[in-house]
Design a protein around this ligand. Structure first.
Ligand SMILES: *Cc1c(COP(=O)(O)O)cnc(C)c1O
Length: 396
């Protein structure tokens, strides 16, 4: 590492609140599926900023659209309408089949909005304020107080108690565990269609159908968090679209703006017209023209460049290659995931493998201490998979 980069990192550790144990890398620029640190070293990126940069770096069309919007209008206020927000909402409705959109600035804020909508929906029915939400163990929904309250990692929550309260815990893919938590007060069930931070666990078709049926029977709202697994990552715009079920509320963020901070929660007509009304919820930045211009361009490029088709083709190949590797290596216990969201579970910590890969110019991250997580840009090709596998093999 150059003295320059070393001193840059020292400066960072003096100025930034130490809430991350960061890798010893200062990233400076990106092109396609490659990142470059300030010493000019090239990295093949299989993290994409945690499932954000779906289109790869330096996409000219995307960059030009943002530059044009900056010159036109960056921000208004939600007191007014703006064209990019209208266009982005229309497009999101089309790809999701949902009916109403609320734009946020992050994933956690989308979860906050979803929780408020669910509580308001139940409140409108019985006027009570003691409603419960069922969430999953090992889930991750974000770091703000409401999102943290439904995040199934006690370690993340402990120091910040009390949480928002009335949260019950069930196990993903165990319908009986969900049924056991249902009471007359339950207003919603929240889960990630594919658990990300918790270790790349896809919800099964049977489980999703079961949870959907329970929600229908008792008029509870199903909230699917697609912040990580949505926006094409599994080969569908949203992972639930593979299963023929639909949520009442959907959350999206991460790849939604492909780098511009933006999130959204979307509601079906039932939830949308019986929950939040004027005065109930708001945000200053949410849905501003710059963020929404990003969404519009992202969705346009997804369609034009057939991103979903690419994910399906390349992810089938990635799965095959990872399965081969898992069969060769005794210390790999499992390969699981959906599309270009894959995990390899090892019998011990993967931090050493990640560091070795980084030294060899490959960026990978973990999901829990024992799971290697693969979240490449959605524009990768089989050749990139081959290049990644070659380095990974060397590291093992
Ligand atoms: C990242 C993530 C969040 C939180 O999003 P932020 O933008 O970091 O607030 C919520 N849910 C899931 C599934 C995520 O992966």
């Amino acid at each position: 590492m150059s003295e320059e980069m070393k001193s840059c990192i020292e400066e960072a550790e003096k100025a930034l609140l130490h809430t991350y144990n960061r890798y010893q890398l200062v990233l400076e620029k990106g092109q396609g599926v490659n990142l470059y640190d300030m010493d000019g070293k090239e990295y093949l990126d299989f993290c994409s900023g945690i499932a954000v940069f779906a289109l790869g770096y330096g996409n000219k069309e995307y960059n030009d659209a943002l530059k044009a919007q900056i010159d036109k209008l960056i921000h208004t206020s939600n007191y007014f309408y703006n064209q990019p927000a209208i266009e982005a909402a229309k497009k999101l409705k089309e790809i999701s089949g949902m009916d109403r959109v609320f734009f946020t600035n992050s994933g956690a804020e989308a979860i906050e909005g979803a929780i408020k909508a669910a509580r308001k929906y139940a409140y409108n029915k019985d006027g009570k304020t003691d409603h419960e939400i069922i969430a999953m163990e090992h889930s991750f929904h974000g770091r703000t107080m409401g999102a943290l309250s439904v995040t199934g990692n006690p370690h993340y929550r402990e120091a910040f108690e009390p949480m928002i309260g009335n949260i019950k815990w069930a196990k993903l893919n165990d319908l009986e565990s969900v049924k056991a938590q249902i009471t007359d007060k339950t207003c919603a069930i929240i889960l990630e269609t594919v658990q990300g931070e918790g270790g790349i666990y896809p919800a099964s078709k049977e489980f999703l159908e079961g949870v959907r049926a329970l929600c229908d029977e008792r008029d509870m709202l199903l909230i699917l968090d697609e912040i990580q697994c949505g926006m094409g990552r599994t080969g569908y715009y949203f992972a639930w679209q593979k299963y023929g079920i639909k949520p009442d509320i959907l959350t999206a963020a991460k790849a939604l703006g492909c780098g511009v901070p933006v999130g959204a929660f979307l509601l079906n007509e039932k939830a949308g017209s019986n929950s939040l009304v004027a005065g109930d919820h708001g945000t200053t930045y949410g849905g501003n023209p710059l963020a929404c211009a990003a969404i519009c361009k992202v969705l346009e490029i997804f369609e034009k460049d057939h991103i979903l088709e690419n994910v399906r083709t390349v992810s089938a190949y990635l799965e095959e290659e990872l399965d081969k590797l898992a069969a060769e290596q005794k210390n790999i216990k499992d390969r699981r995931g959906a599309g270009l969201m894959q995990g390899l579970e090892f019998d011990g910590p993967v931090a050493g493998i990640i560091q070795k890969a980084m030294d060899k110019g490959l960026i990978l991250i973990n999901a829990g201490s024992n799971i290697l997580r693969f979240l490449p840009p959605l524009v990768i090709s089989k050749e990139h998979v081959d290049a990644m596998m070659k380095i990974l093999r060397e590291c093992l």
